[in-house]
Design a protein around this ligand. Structure first.
Ligand code: NAG
Ligand code: NAG
Length: 563
C-alpha cells in the first residue's frame, strides 16, 4: 500500500500513530472483552425491557455493544481489517468454494463518463467467482494473462449458448461492504456470507465477488471502474454472436434491421421543426434530450435483447453505494445494457453526512443505542477525503457518491421532499444543534435552478454554505456539474428494479428511507424488506438470530425468482 495514501487520513487521527495506536487498540480490546462479561450479567439479570430492543437475545445485545466499541477503535485509530491487496493473485488451491479469476481492465471504448479519470488508471480486477467449478451453461472466456476482452469473447462456445437459450443463467456481481476501507471479496471475508448463502440456496448460477480497489489503494472513481470492468466482462461474455455482427447474421427477433442512424432521423426531424417554431430555450433542450434518450434506448434494448443472461448487482453497506454508482454509470452512459435488478442490503447512500460542510451532519443519525455503527464525523470525514483523493470536495455531493444526501434530493425534488424525513429527527436535538440548524436553513443549502419547463435535475455549483447565498449560475459550472443527470433524466429514472433490505434499528434508516422514496418517485420498482429490530447489514452478522435472517433470505430469494 502506498504509504503516502495511508498518511493522508491517518495524520490527523489522534490514535493513528505508534506506539499510541497499539496501546489504544490493545486496551480497548481488553476492556471490550471484560465488558462482554458485564453485559452478559446485566442483560441476563434485568428484565427484557432494559435491552436496546426487547426482542433481542443476550447474544444480540452483546454483539452489537461489542461491535460498536470495536468500530469506534478502528475509526479513531485508522485500523482497517479483513483487507487484501487487490493486485495479488489468489491460488485456486487455497480456495474451497470459489475460483479466482482475473478480469481485464475495462475496454477502452467503454471508458466514458465519470469513470474516465486521467488520474486513476484502469486495472485488471480480481474476482472470487462462486461456485468453484464453472457451470456448463457459463461460456468460457479467452481471458489468459495477456488476453483481452473483445467482441470475440466466449464465441468458441457460441453454439452452446444458442443451444441452451431456454435456460437463462442468473449472474450476480457482488460488491462487498466495509466503508470502502475494510473487508475483501475473498470467500472467507465476513461479508462473503452473502454470496455464500445465495449460492447455497441456488438463487444464482454464478456470482462474481469483485476485489475492487479500496480507498487505501486508489481514490474515487477506482472502485466504480473495477465494478464496471466486471460488469462489461460479463455482458460481453454473454452477448450473442449477432450482437456484434450487426447487419450480418440472424436478427434477435424484434427489429430485423440494425437501428442505424436512419432510425433516428424521424425524431430528429420533429425536433428540428420544434427548434424553428418555438423560441424557448427549455423546450429546445427537452426536444434534444428526447432525441438523445431515444437513441440510447434503441441501442441499449438491442444489446439487452442479445444478452443471454440476467445480471443482478448485489451490495451490502458501502457495496450498496457502489452498486448504485455502477447502475448510475450504466444508465448515464448507455453503452452497456442495464442490469436486471439491484439487491441493496443496508446500502450506504449519504456519505456526505460526515462532512461538517453538510448541514445534515449536525442532525445525528438515528438509533445510536441499537446499532453498532458509530457516527464519528471527524474520522469519517478524513476517510471520505481520502476516498475522494484528487477530486474536488464537492464530489461528495455527486449522485455517484451520495445519492440520498440532502443536497442531491433538494436539487432534484425541492426542499419539501429532502426535509420530509429529517424533520422527524429534529425533535431529538439539543438547543445548540437546533440553533445551528436554524442558522443553516436560513441559507439555501443548494441553489435549485429554476429550469422552466420542468427540466429538473440540473443543479449548478456547490460551495460551502456561506458562499451559496448568491447561487453561481455561470456557464463554467455547468461544464463540470457535480449534481446533474444527463439528458434531463431525474435522479433514478430508468433505474432497474431494486430490492432493499434495511433494519428498523439501524443508523442508516433515515437515508435508506429517503433513497427508497426517491427511487419510487422516479418510477423505479422497489421491493423494501424491513427487518424488525435489526441493526446495520444484519445478513452478514455471524451472531444474529438465525430465524430472523432465514426469513429475510426467503423474501430476498422470492424477489430474485421473479427478476
Ligand atoms: C482458477 O481456476 C479457474 C478455472 O477453474 C481459472 O480460470 C483461473 O485462471 C484459475 N486461477 C488461477 C489464479 O490460477
Ligand atoms: C416553452 O414552449 C412550450 C411549448 O410551446 C410551452 O409549453 C412552455 O410553456 C414554454 N415555456 C416558456 C417558459 O415560455
Amino acid at each position: 500500500m502506498p504509504p503516502q495514501r495511508r498518511q493522508t487520513y491517518q495524520a490527523a487521527m489522534p490514535y493513528a500513530k505508534e506506539p499510541l495506536k497499539s496501546i489504544y487498540v490493545g486496551q480497548r480490546l481488553f476492556t471490550s472483552l471484560v465488558m462482554c462479561i458485564w453485559w452478559a450479567l446485566y442483560y441476563g439479570l434485568l428484565p427484557r425491557s432494559y435491552r436496546p430492543r426487547p426482542s433481542w437475545t443476550i447474544k444480540c445485545c452483546i454483539s452489537v455493544n461489542f461491535m460498536r466499541r470495536i468500530y469506534r477503535v478502528t475509526e479513531l485509530a485508522g485500523v482497517t481489517w479483513g483487507t487484501r491487496n487487490p493486485d495479488q493473485e489468489c491460488d485456486n488451491k487455497s480456495l474451497k468454494y470459489t475460483r479466482f479469476e482475473w478480469v481485464d481492465p475495462l475496454p477502452e471504448d467503454l471508458r466514458t463518463g465519470i469513470i474516465a479519470d486521467p488520474q486513476v488508471p484502469f486495472r485488471r480486477v480480481g474476482c472470487f467467482v462462486w461456485p468453484k467449478e464453472r457451470p456448463k451453461i457459463i461460456p468460457t472466456c479467452v481471458n489468459g494473462e495477456n488476453g483481452q476482452i473483445d467482441s470475440q469473447d466466449g464465441l468458441e462456445d457460441g453454439g452452446d449458448i444458442e443451444a441452451t437459450a431456454g435456460e437463462v443463467p442468473l449472474i450476480g456481481i457482488f460488491l462487498h461492504g466495509g466503508g470502502y476501507c475494510h473487508m475483501s471479496a475473498h470467500e472467507t471475508s465476513s461479508t462473503s456470507k452473502i454470496p455464500a448463502r445465495l449460492m447455497k440456496d441456488k438463487a444464482f448460477t454464478e456470482i462474481h465477488a469483485v476485489e475492487y480497489r479500496l480507498l487505501q489503494h486508489a481514490p474515487f472513481p477506482a472502485a466504480v471502474q473495477d465494478a464496471a470492468a466486471v460488469y462489461a466482462h460479463i455482458v460481453r461474455r454473454h452477448q450473442r454472436r449477432s450482437a456484434k455482427g450487426s447487419s450480418s447474421g440472424r436478427s434477435s427477433g424484434k427489429t430485423a434491421t440494425a437501428p442505424e442512424e436512419e432510425d433516428y432521423e424521424k425524431p430528429q426531424f420533429d425536433a428540428v421543426i420544434d427548434y424553428l417554431s418555438v423560441d424557448n430555450e427549455s423546450y429546445r433542450e427537452q426536444a434534444k434530450n428526447k432525441r438523445e434518450n431515444a437513441k440510447i434506448h434503441a441501442r441499449v434494448s438491442e444489446a439487452s435483447a442479445n444478452l443471454n443472461c440476467k445480471i443482478v448487482l448485489i451490495g451490502d453497506s458501502a457495496g450498496g453505494n457502489l452498486v448504485l454508482a455502477l447502475a448510475r454509470w450504466i444508465r448515464d452512459e448507455g453503452v452497456l445494457p442495464p442490469p436486471d435488478g439491484l439487491l441493496l442490503l443496508s446500502p450506504s447512500c449519504d456519505p456526505s453526512h460526515a462532512f461538517p460542510e453538510t448541514p445534515s451532519s449536525y442532525i445525528p443519525r438515528p438509533h445510536a443505542d441499537t446499532d453498532y455503527l458509530v457516527d464519528t464525523p471527524e474520522p469519517r470525514a478524513l476517510l471520505q477525503r481520502t476516498f475522494l483523493g484528487h477530486n474536488p470536495v464537492e464530489t461528495m455531493h455527486s449522485p455517484y457518491v451520495s445519492p440520498a444526501s440532502g443536497r442531491v434530493l433538494t436539487a432534484f425534488y425541492g426542499d419539501a421532499f429532502a426535509a420530509s424525513v429529517s424533520d422527524l429527527t429534529i425533535a431529538q436535538l439539543d438547543d445548540q444543534q437546533r440553533q445551528y440548524l436554524r442558522t443553516m436553513s436560513s441559507v439555501p443549502a443548494t441553489p435549485v435552478p429554476t429550469t422552466p419547463g420542468g427540466g429538473n435535475g440540473i443543479a449548478l455549483v456547490l460551495g460551502p454554505p456561506e458562499a451559496t447565498s448568491e447561487p453561481d449560475r455561470s456557464p463554467t459550472s455547468l461544464q463540470r456539474p457535480i449534481i446533474a443527470s444527463p439528458r434531463g433524466l431525474s435522479l433514478f429514472t430508468e433505474f432497474p428494479k431494486a430490492c432493499v433490505v434495511l433494519g428498523d434499528a439501524e443508523r442508516l434508516e433515515r437515508e435508506v428511507t429517503k433513497l427508497v422514496g426517491a427511487m419510487e418517485r422516479d418510477g423505479t420498482e422497489v421491493h423494501t424488506i424491513w427487518v424488525k429490530d435489526a441493526p446495520h447489514d444484519v445478513l452478514m452478522m455471524g451472531w444474529w438470530d438465525e430465524k430472523v435472517r432465514d426469513a429475510v433470505w426467503k423474501q430476498v430469494e422470492e424477489w430474485l425468482a421473479q427478476v
